[in-house]
Design a protein around this ligand. Structure first.
Ligand code: ADP
Ligand code: ADP
Ligand code: ZN
Length: 223
């Protein structure tokens, strides 16, 4: 099963893909995570994208398409994947189709998480994650079970993203509405788009996504 989780910054793509990864054994391919890893390693790619990301702009299609193509060719992607943060432009959506065709793979569903801007701002403002394993949390909506200790790995170190500050968030939302949302009609025409109410709480959204997958009858039971 190959999925795209589509939606604006803060919609819950990362949170829901963590669940899908754990529950169905899908591989999470998050382009934002890949870019942040490149930035913190100081690689040539990281140096190239650092300022663009800090400003809340989109990295160029050429860079992103190359990056994803290299990743999707690795053997583990054959187990089924969840794309989080890609595609973000129509050019990326079209390139994704071409690369899947080349690899004899296909998209089963594009799941759109619909959330309004006011709620996105609230979510992003309270977002933090484990510095060691990347598990995602929120100051109000998803606190660790024991304060200050990661549920997943027990680490006591947490980080907040540099681009989650208010000035940059406005720019990122604008990029979403202008450049990313226009891919929705493309997927709608292809009959793979399913929209889910992302305003609901985390468990309810997870439940809705599972219903979608079940309805698709493509659910791959794990274990
Ligand atoms: P969020 O989950 O908040 O939407 P991401 O982690 O997906 O944010 O992305 C962080 C930043 O990385 C983006 O603001 C953008 O600069 C860059 N980025 C990630 N994926 C892409 C992509 N597919 N195309 C262009 N830029 C991207
Ligand atoms: P994205 O990957 O789409 O940018 P995240 O999954 O990182 O979004 O979620 C943004 C923030 O909102 C995180 O702090 C997360 O814990 C929280 N969050 C995610 N989904 C929900 C939800 N349905 N209700 C409340 N908070 C949520
Ligand atoms: Zn952790």
């Amino acid at each position: 099963m190959n999925l795209v989780l589509f939606g604006p910054p803060g919609a819950g793509k990362g949170t829901q893909s963590e669940f899908l990864q754990a529950k169905f054994g899908l591989v999470k391919l998050a382009t934002g995570d890949m870019l942040r890893a490149a930035v913190s390693s100081g690689s040539p790619l990281g140096r190239q994208v650092q300022d663009i990301m800090a400003k809340g702009h989109l990295v160029s299609d050429i860079i992103m398409i190359n990056l994803l193509q290299q990743r999707i060719r690795l053997p583990d992607a054959r187990r089924g994947f969840i794309l989080d943060g890609f595609p973000r432009t129509l050019a990326q959506a079209e390139a994704l189709d071409r690369m899947l065709e080349d690899e004899a793979m296909r998209l089963d569903a594009v799941i759109e998480l619909k959330v309004d801007d006011a709620k996105l701002i609230e979510r992003i403002a309270g977002r933090f994650s484990c510095a060691k394993c990347g598990a995602g949390y929120h100051d109000s909506f998803r606190q660790p079970k024991m304060a200050g200790i990661c549920d997943v790995c027990g680490s006591k170190e947490f980080i907040r993203r540099e681009d989650d500050k208010a000035e940059t968030v406005a720019q990122r939302l604008q990029a979403y509405h202008k450049k990313t949302a226009p891919s929705l009609p493309y997927y709608k025409r292809r009959g793979v788009l399913v929209s889910v109410d992302g305003m609901a709480d985390i468990d309810e959204v997870a439940h809705q996504i599972e219903e979608v997958l079940r309805a698709n009858k493509k659910i791959a039971k794990k274990g």
